[in-house]
Ligand binder design. Structure first.
Ligand code: SF4
Length: 377
């Protein structure tokens, strides 16, 4: 047996202690983030919660200044719970997905009024709060309270499916990913599943943050830097050479093409907008008025759903359509424009916003395309 074969055999006989390797790597390479506690210090549940809510659908870079603004103005959850919703929404402007800001405020009020300003320290207790789903509850429980649970976000899904070469596609593979991710948690006090911060041997929060950091900086979607990875000797994806193909995803089921109309109405330098219902697709986001989106909808039927504005004598149809692909269906919108007189009132449920302040509105990408098309931006 050659020495390298012997080494490989030894590795198979004694699998690497992945949790320990991961923690050792984290101790040397952890990212410095504004909401993260210094090494060895206990994380503040308020800062962990605030950052996790802000980071949903948003990058670390974009969140940084908002996190600083919020924590300067409201240094703890009780202060945030006493703030008005309007102030919170104003401070949130530009971060998008405004339903998160409403839930953030509702959660702070609940922690203040129902829990005396102290976050519950269990996953179940956290999940009962507004705006906290399974992932966020696990992240707070692990990072702030060292509960032995592994939150699984997109970064962690990628690392785990590569490490174990999990070929089953998402989302069916989620339970298996969760199960394998949990094996990467650091050690706990023997027999104590609920080990907590303060127990020297429990570093559940660090294990979770180590995997998050590994996914964000080394095990990246394209060209993972496997040579720098602390788990590279025992990575099934790397051994197969097809690590970039994980996580596998079920082919998208593209629904039928839906069609509709969007109405870009200006009043001088203002644009007519409304908010979408809180629940459902693009919930709570801002849009210009529009028709329903239906498969096979004719232009005439879509135009008949234009907002009731007596001041509009005739809608101008813009050439072309705005196309967008949602997860479950593609969409084509015909865009109509109109300019109305200075004192025209907004129909019920709609409002005028200055074109100069559109960047601060919670428009989804689709609406940004519609407005750019309608206003020739
Ligand atoms: S070895 Fe490469 S593919 Fe495997 S976990 Fe590390 S970075 Fe990801």
């Amino acid at each position: 047996m050659t020495s390298s074969t012997a080494a490989k055999t030894r590795r198979r006989e004694a699998p690497a202690d992945r949790p320990a390797l991961l923690l050792a790597w984290y101790d040397r390479h952890r990212r410095r983030l504004p909401w993260r506690a210094a090494a060895g210090e206990r994380a503040d549940p308020y800062r962990v919660w605030l950052s996790e809510i802000m980071l949903q659908q948003t990058t670390v870079k974009a969140v940084g200044p908002y996190f600083e603004k919020f924590t300067s103005r409201w240094p703890d959850v009780s202060a945030l719970g006493r703030a008005s919703l309007d102030d919170v929404l104003r401070m949130w402007a530009g971060l998008g997905y405004y339903s998160r800001a409403r839930n953030l405020h509702a959660c702070a009020v609940a922690v203040l009024n129902d829990h005396g300003g102290i976050f519950p320290d269990t996953e179940d207790g956290l999940r009962a709060l507004p705006g906290i789903g399974p992932y966020t509850a696990a992240a707070i429980a692990a990072i702030a309270f060292d509960r032995r649970t592994m939150p699984v976000d997109g970064n962690i899904e990628r690392v785990v499916t590569r490490l174990y070469a999990i070929g089953e596609p998402l989302p069916q593979s989620k339970p298996r990913i969760q199960q394998m991710a949990a094996t990467l948690l650091g050690p706990s006090r023997a027999g104590d599943e609920k080990s907590r911060a303060g127990d020297e041997k429990s570093r559940a929060g660090d294990s979770a943050q180590a995997l998050m950091d590994l996914g964000a900086t080394i095990c990246t979607p394209k060209k993972p830097a496997c040579s720098l990875c602390p788990l590279n000797e025992d990575c099934a994806g790397r051994a197969r050479g097809d690590q970039e193909t994980f996580p596998r995803k079920a082919p998208k089921k593209n629904g039928m093409l839906r069609r509709g109309a969007a109405f870009v109405v200006t009043r001088g330098n203002e644009l007519l907008v409304r908010s979408r219902p809180e629940k459902g697709l693009l919930g709570g986001m801002t849009e210009v008025p529009g028709s329903e989106w239906r498969a096979g909808q004719q232009d005439k039927a879509a135009l008949a759903q234009a907002p009731e504005l007596k001041a509009v004598a005739r809608w101008h149809r813009k050439a072309g359509v705005v196309s967008h692909v949602f997860t479950h269906f593609p969409l084509e919108l015909v865009v109509y424009t109109a300019n109305v007189a200075a004192r025209t009132r907004a129909p019920d449920g709609m409002r005028w916003v200055a074109v100069a302040t559109l960047a601060g509105e919670a428009f989804p990408n689709l609406m940004r395309k519609v407005i750019a098309h309608g206003l020739d931006l």
